[in-house]
Design a protein around this ligand. Structure first.
Ligand code: FAD
Ligand code: NAI
Length: 468
């Protein structure tokens, strides 16, 4: 007889594993099907976690090489032990994926290793090393995530022409790294290798970096990255990449609008042009589950697909491809299946680029407010006027708070600066509670902290900041 479950989750990324845990906490008998040998999905294995391990290590490498002497710490120029840096990354990944195994056991979640697919109403088929198994389940949640998008005619070998997966595991620092796409992956992993000495050139199809982020932030950030030695070729597309006999690459570039081809040499090319939902092998067509024009599973506001008993969350559905968005949806879908009021507030969903300085944002960008015709006011405070920033040589960047003119309610906030990833949480909480700029301006910030710049920006939405 087939195993019987209340809920079976296909995919153990941040969406799937968090949803499974929440469902188990709510008393359901839960199964998780994962095709990879380890749990945790893209984020823990080949995404958020390994990239942050390398970003942290390379940021310190850069600091030691450039800022220490100014602080009175004279050391010889740091030398790179790339194998050890990669070992640190691998240990970090192992600790995190093992943590998920532990949580599954703790919550009595049954795991199946293999490729899961929908095999009729309330049935999931698992094909793995142990052969084929059928699971019977009242509810099925698809959380199969996403995979890198690729360019026609450009073959990924994960050594010379890589996606983020290969770029997280290069065996040596390339002399010249060509990055295709000035999005989050291109800039984070471009920064990693630039800090270790690679000459990084980023080719971007659009006329700006980080599309979707506040354009003022993106402009300032581009200038900062250029000072760090990263070169940008905007409004440009890569037509082809040719491999040379000596192992090097020659990329053919063309203006986005068409025109003369130029050549650029590289040792490694990173294709980072976005990610696409992964639904291959799930049996969705046979099950009648509807996809949209971009291959994402269509769901309603309660994560239900058009087929009764089948739900979908995370990167495989619409919305930003972010781990915390997938996690929130995992919690919400478990609560909804349990008959509770699960809900995700997409209007207060932070996004972070973990570069140096970091970029963090929540809510609307100025560009969006303009496009929507909303009457907004701006409070902006630079880190050059913040005492703590001066003390720790991190005066680059600013905090920008956008508030509604009529109600003073904060509609969006954007930070470029050190620790922006941590600071944005204050603004996210404020927005979750529909707070106003005045609420923020009247909330004490410890002194001296970088967070004082948030308060000052909020003051700028009213009578004015103190320290500028
Ligand atoms: P995934 O994490 O993709 O997990 C899906 C899982 O399903 C995988 O384990 C896969 O093996 C499994 N699976 C697929 N099909 C089947 C099947 N048929 N049967 C069984 N198992 C299956 N987001 C952030 O918020 N912050 C970051 O700092 C960040 N950094 C990133 C860095 C990189 C380099 C990359 C690539 C992504 C990063 N992301 C980050 C995005 C984040 O990783 C994703 O948004 C997140 O992992 C999506 O979670 P998910 O659960 O929807 O899917
Ligand atoms: P992205 O969507 O962030 O950026 C892709 C970039 O490539 C865009 O600027 C786009 O205009 C450009 N592009 C597209 N086609 C192109 C072409 N043919 N030639 C040149 N440029 C082209 O996608 P990215 O960086 O691959 O990341 C994928 C996803 O992973 C993102 O949705 C992001 O949310 C997530 N992620 C999140 C991170 C974080 O939260 N810190 C870190 C890394 C990834």
């Amino acid at each position: 007889m087939a195993d019987q479950f209340d809920l079976t989750v296909i995919g153990s990324g941040p969406g799937g594993y968090v949803g499974a845990i929440r469902a188990a906490q709510l008393g359901m008998k839960v199964a998780v099907v994962e095709k990879n040998p380890t749990f945790g999905g893209t984020c823990l294995n080949i995404g958020c976690i390994p990239s942050k391990a390398l970003l942290h290590a390379t940021e310190l490498f850069e600091e030691a090489g450039h800022n220490f002497s100014h602080l009175g710490i004279d050391i010889p120029p740091p030398s790179l032990n790339l194998a050890q840096m990669m070992a640190h990354k691998d240990e970090t990944v192992a600790a995190n994926v093992n943590g998920v195994s532990f949580l599954f056991k703790k919550n009595k979640i049954t795991s199946f290793q293999g490729i899961g697919s929908v095999a009729g109403k309330g049935r999931v088929k698992v094909v793995g090393e142990k052969g084929e198994q059928i699971i019977e389940s009242k509810h099925i949640v698809i959380a199969t995530g996403s995979v890198p998008a690729t360019l026609p005619g450009i073959d990924i070998d994960e050594e010379k022409i890589v996606t983020s997966t290969g770029a997280l595991s290069l065996g040596a620092v390339p002399n010249r790294l060509l990055v295709i796409g000035a999005g989050v992956i291109g800039l984070e992993l471009g920064s990693v290798w630039a800090r270790l000495g690679a000459k990084v050139t980023v080719v971007e199809f659009l006329d700006r970096i980080l599309p979707g982020m506040d354009s003022e932030v993106a402009r300032q950030f581009q200038r900062i990255l250029q000072k760090q030695g990263i070169e940008f070729k905007l409004s440009t597309k890569v037509k082809a990449i040719d491999k040379q006999d000596d192992g090097s690459l020659v990329a053919r570039l063309e203006p986005a609008a068409g025109g003369d081809v130029t050549l650029i040499d590289a040792d490694v090319a990173l294709v980072a042009i976005g990610r696409k939902p992964f639904t291959q092998g799930l049996g969705l067509a046979e099950a009648g589950v509807a996809l949209d024009e971009r291959g994402r599973i269509v769901t309603d506001a309660h994560y239900r697909t058009n087929v009764d008993g089948i739900y979908a969350i995370g990167d495989v559905i619409t919305g930003p491809m972010l781990a915390h968005k997938a996690e929130d949806e995992g919690i919400a879908v478990a609560e909804l299946i349990a008959g509770q009021a699960g809900h995700v507030n997409y209007g207060a969903m932070p996004a972070v680029v973990y570069t140096s300085p970091e970029i963090a944002s929540v809510g609307k960008t100025e560009d969006e407010l303009k496009a929507e015709g909303i009457d907004y006011k701006i409070g902006k405070f630079p880190f050059t006027a913040n005492g703590r920033a001066k003390a720790q040589l991190s005066t680059q960047g600013f905090v920008k708070v956008l508030a509604d003119v009529a109600t003073d309610r904060v509609l969006g906030a954007h930070i470029i600066g050190r620790n922006a990833s941590e600071m944005i949480e204050a603004l996210t909480v404020l927005m979750e509670f529909n707070g106003s700029a005045e609420d923020l301006a009247r909330t004490t910030a410890a002194h001296p902290t970088l967070s004082e710049a948030i308060r000052e920006a909020a003051l700028m939405c009213g009578d004015g900041a103190i320290h500028i």
